[in-house]
Write a protein that binds this ligand. Structure first.
Ligand code: HEC
Length: 294
């Protein structure tokens, strides 16, 4: 099966294939929090650690992360053609080995290319996202593995049907499989969502509320949201530009989201041909802050 990771669309093959065949027996050591980066393979934790002043980061070394309890999955065509083994550490286990503040319930992964991926509490509990620390027993120091055209390091986050049945069927699951992850923030979901729940976004219609979920899970990967709602910056399009299209250029908005290159040659946004008219309605209702009173 050819590898379908692509730098721009960031879709993955989803070719998880065999069950977990080995479970690490190492016991978790408390993770050493470094004040300074020790290598390009450190994971930066930039928010949510107890005892670390806001605005400061701490760094966790790859060597320490691989010493956490880990498992191996055998997968087909995920990074390189054919069968390969990936070594994984559950996000939950990483979380448990860090002094995360008690009020934080959500993890946000930031990537080297300004991509962003949010993992909400139920998602972490039910879908068992994990960090990939090795591919065929080789860490990111040796990446990209032969046969892969781009470097997915320092970390990839992904999920597997073997750990969470049905996870590959989730809408836009690719957004929960970021690669190039080099930074994680632990946030409180209510605080993160506040900009999309206040001001004109305070009293949204039911479909706008559904659109907010869709936005946060999919569009926020590359787009900043209303009133400073955090998101990735890969699109380099300020929210008011999207808002103007959603409000005044309805057909263009729908066509663009569905099939960007069909609208503008050279567009790099990933297409969403699978969105229903109803889902487009929901997104537009959220973006224009359609009120329940309308
Ligand atoms: C993988 C990154 C990515 C994701 C995910 C993404 N976008 Fe984009 N978007 C872009 C980029 C990059 C652009 C800039 C134009 C281009 O290169 O396509 C863009 C541009 C746009 C535009 C056109 C703006 C213009 O100037 O004409 C709209 C509308 C838009 N995005 C809406 C959305 C919505 C709604 C979602 C969620 C369903 C979404 N995007 C998800 C990357 C993304």
């Amino acid at each position: 099966m050819p590898v379908s990771f692509s730098h721009l669309s960031r879709t993955v093959s989803g070719g998880w294939f065999l069950v977990v065949w080995a479970v690490g027996t190492l016991t978790a050591a408390p993770l050493d929090l470094r004040i300074d980066r020790s290598s390009p393979f450190d994971l930066e934790i930039s928010a949510g650690l107890a005892g670390v002043p806001e605005g400061e980061s701490r760094f966790v070394a790859w060597e320490d992360i691989v010493a956490l309890p880990s498992s191996q999955l055998e997968v087909e065509g995920e990074f390189v053609p054919g069968l390969q083994t990936v070594t994984i550490v559950l996000l939950e286990d990483l979380w448990a080995a860090l002094p995360v503040s008690g009020d934080r319930d959500t993890a946000i992964a930031y990537c080297t290319d300004d991509y962003f991926s949010i993992f909400q509490p139920e998602f972490i509990a039910e879908q068992k996202p994990f960090l990939i620390t090795k591919i065929n027993d080789q860490g990111p120091q040796a990446w990209p593995p032969e046969g892969l055209a781009f470097n997915p390091g320092p970390y990839v986050i992904s999920m597997a049907d073997q750990l969470a049945p049905g996870v590959s069927q989730i809408l836009d699951v690719g957004h929960k499989r970021p690669w190039g992850v080099d930074e994680i923030q632990f946030v409180a979901l209510a605080e993160y969502e506040a900009p999309a729940r206040t001001g004109p976004w305070l009293d949204l219609s039911p479909r706008a509320i559904r659109g907010r979920e869709l936005w946060i899970n999919s569009c926020a990967s590359c787009h900043q949201g209303p009133q400073g709602l955090a998101g990735g910056n890969k699109s380099k399009r300020p929210f008011p530009v999207l808002e103007a299209h959603a409000r005044y250029n309805d057909a263009y908005f729908r066509n663009y989201v569905s099939d960007p290159t069909g609208q503008i040659a050279g567009a790099t946004m990933e297409p969403h041909p699978h969105y229903t008219t109803e889902e487009m309605d929901e997104l537009i209702a959220f973006i224009v802050a359609e009120s329940a009173a309308d």
